[in-house]
Design a binder for this molecule. Structure first.
Ligand SMILES: Nc1ncnc2c1ncn2[C@@H]1O[C@H](COP(=O)(O)OP(=O)(O)OP(=O)(O)O)[C@@H](O)[C@H]1O
Length: 283
């Protein structure tokens, strides 16, 4: 569900296709063959996300260089790294917004395009990737989560409207449902996009900096909601700059710098010698 690039060059709420650079909106992930059986970190369960050898270039910028990453099902994985380390690019590649130069992507055993067609993937884009002037209400944005399920008439049915109402309620935005999406605060905007994933009943969530520009209480509310969803069997990959909040948020963590430098429990990834690999400018 990629967005239409608006006149501002930013994506409108349906997705977040940036349409810039040589990385282009893609219909599939690198043409690579996803291997559902691969890499469940030693386990036998099909991982929520298995990325192999993922390489993305924007013209002369090598954003991702052979990323291998497994996000285990039913867990929340935090994605950390310096500015420009490739976090957004990784999430966009999984969403099909940028086209990888090499590698494969499997989501719950389906290749990327299949997973998107089946509405398995929910996406909360970075705020900068959304055109907030687009004339959509909060309810319209949340209703986009149902698009993949609509019948041939493409009309919301009673069950769709109920799912939208219930998602709005769950994130506490019922009272603001008819407001234009750009007329929300930063934290409310994030919650609206999380509600879109809820309405979609997505099984794997990709959130790009959901805490950027968000106050402490909204951050706590979003964290609690994500933890609740994961307890219910959803899997999530969440990029964040909030290292201090990582242990409360995530079951696992990944430190990225064009490739995966460290993967493990949040407390392990946060050890100074590990952080120094990325933040100490060693690379
Ligand atoms: N549309 C683009 N065109 C050209 N280069 C890009 C584009 N988007 C990202 N890049 C480059 O790709 C690299 C990875 O960027 P990306 O946005 O994925 O990093 P990030 O880890 O999400 O950064 P941040 O924490 O600042 O959001 C950077 O060097 C960046 O400058």
């Amino acid at each position: 569900m990629t967005g239409t690039t608006g006149t501002t060059g930013k994506a409108v709420p349906p997705g977040a296709a940036d349409g810039t650079g040589t990385a282009t909106p893609a219909t599939d992930a690198a043409g690579g063959t996803a291997n559902p059986a691969s890499g469940a970190a030693g386990g036998t369960a099909t991982p929520a996300l298995a990325v192999r050898g993922l390489t993305v270039r924007y013209r002369d910028v090598l954003a991702l260089d052979g990323v291998d990453l497994v996000v285990e099902a039913g867990r929340l994985t935090g994605l950390v790294g310096t500015n420009g380390s490739g976090k957004s690019t990784l999430l966009k590649a999984v969403m099909g917004i940028v086209r990888p130069d090499a590698g494969s992507i499997a989501v719950l055993g389906h290749d990327g395009a299949q997973a998107r067609r089946r509405a398995l993937l929910g996406y909360v884009p970075q705020a900068e990737d959304v055109d907030w002037t687009f004339p959509l209400s909060v309810r319209d944005v949340v209703a986009q989560g149902r698009y993949g399920r609509l019948g041939p008439l493409r009309r919301l049915r009673a069950a769709d409207r109920e799912a939208v109402d219930s998602a709005l309620e769950r994130v506490g935005l019922t009272a603001l449902a008819d407001r234009q999406i750009g007329r929300l605060s930063g934290g409310q905007r994030k919650r609206a996009f999380v509600a879109r994933c809820l309405a979609q009943e997505a099984r794997v969530l990709l959130l790009d900096e959901p805490f950027a520009g968000v106050d402490v209480s909204s951050q706590a509310a979003i964290t609690a909601l994500l933890r609740d969803l994961v307890a219910g069997g959803v899997s999530a990959l969440v990029s964040t700059h909030d290292l201090a909040g990582l242990p409360a948020l995530a079951d696992d963590a990944v430190l990225l710098h064009r490739r995966v430098l460290v993967r493990g429990a949040p407390e392990v990834v946060l050890q100074p010698e590990n952080l120094a690999l990325a933040f100490g400018g060693a690379r």
